[in-house]
Design a binder for this molecule. Structure first.
Ligand code: ADP
Length: 308
């Protein structure tokens, strides 16, 4: 059984271009799935259809094995909307209590406190929403999404209001959820979040899925830029050996200590051979690393935009 399976899910708001255009995708149970795409691509609309807040114009979906319009799967789903506001006069613990009641799953005070602890709000349960910063409200929203121990959580831009530490903590929390067997569906326009966390991704643009699969395959399967730092060779040595190297070298920069930074475009499986050749020619390898800007480039090239 898939955690989520959509078939041709479509939403046309008024008579405009579809916000979601025949979206068919599947999410495995227990994985962290990332839905990537620029602002306005249709990510929120897709999630809202899955949780029953937006009526699709066409298509269907199954969630946790049930037709998605049924109430049964919703009791097992947690949802963090992109934009939300809790009544400012409520205390954080009352917000959790209230949602537990709505869900029909009473929450024990200890569990409620444990939930606040999980999202970094331990000891803040007695404070009112009014006094919470944006980041704290986002954390509270996450806690709400986890009320009732859902099997599937859908998070719409969960880290958008958080600083780097908050982002890191949320990433850790999502990994823990995965370890516990929870399926996480993450909407994000932040490649860095998705790259570190997600087992598989779908990329959508103007309502259409333009890539679905593993991010690693997407990035490592094709040609990608790597950066190497080498020593042990002079520029004259280099001029001598360069013809024997593949044409993959796209950039080389020497410093005054005889080290060079090299940029190569190649497939991941070709990297070891390239390094071996350099070593055989007398080079000393200090560093080999994928060039992270290439993820950004992959993203943009998929969206049909020239990254340079
Ligand atoms: P994303 O979450 O990827 O930023 P959205 O799903 O919010 O994208 O929006 C997709 C498209 O649908 C956008 O063009 C947006 O303006 C439009 N849209 C979203 N919600 C509504 C709505 N309630 N009424 C009309 N158009 C909407």
């Amino acid at each position: 059984m898939k955690a989520i399976q959509t078939l041709g899910l479509t939403k046309v708001y008024r008579a405009r271009h579809p916000a979601c255009d025949r979206i068919s995708l599947s999410v495995n149970q227990g994985e962290i799935f990332g839905l990537l795409g620029p602002n306005g691509a249709g990510k929120s609309t897709l999630v809202k259809m899955l949780v029953g807040l937006v009526n699709p114009s066409a298509g269907s979906a199954r969630v946790l094995g049930f037709p998605y319009r049924e109430l049964a799967p919703r009791r097992e789903m947690g949802y963090l909307p992109e934009l939300f506001r809790y009544p400012p006069w409520l205390k954080a613990r009352e917000v959790l209590q209230f949602h537990a009641e709505l869900l029909g799953k009473p929450i024990h005070p200890d569990e409620r406190d444990a939930l606040l602890d999980r999202v970094g709000l331990l000891g803040r349960g007695g404070e009112r929403v009014r006094t919470f910063s944006k980041g704290m409200q986002q954390r509270l929203g996450l806690a709400v999404a986890l009320v009732g121990r859902p099997a599937l959580v859908l998070l719409d831009e969960p880290t958008s209001a958080l600083d780097p530490i908050g982002r890191y903590e949320v990433s850790q929390l999502l990994r823990q959820l995965k370890d516990e067997g929870t399926t996480v569906f993450l909407n994000s326009h932040l490649l860095s979040d998705v790259e570190k966390l997600c087992d598989s991704v779908a990329l959508i643009d103007r309502g259409q899925v333009i890539y679905q699969g593993s991010l690693k395959d997407a990035i490592y399967g094709g040609v990608r830029r790597y950066r190497l730092t080498i020593g042990g060779l002079t520029e004259t040595d280099w001029a001598h050996i360069q013809p024997t190297l593949s044409k993959a070298v796209v950039m080389i920069q020497w410093d005054d200590q005889g080290h060079a930074d090299i940029g190569v475009d190649m497939r991941r499986q070709d990297v070891p051979e390239f390094v071996k050749t350099l070593v055989q020619e007398g080079a000393r390898i200090y560093e080999v690393a994928p060039d992270h800007s290439s993820l950004e480039e992959w993203f943009l090239s998929r969206l049909g935009k020239d990254p340079r």
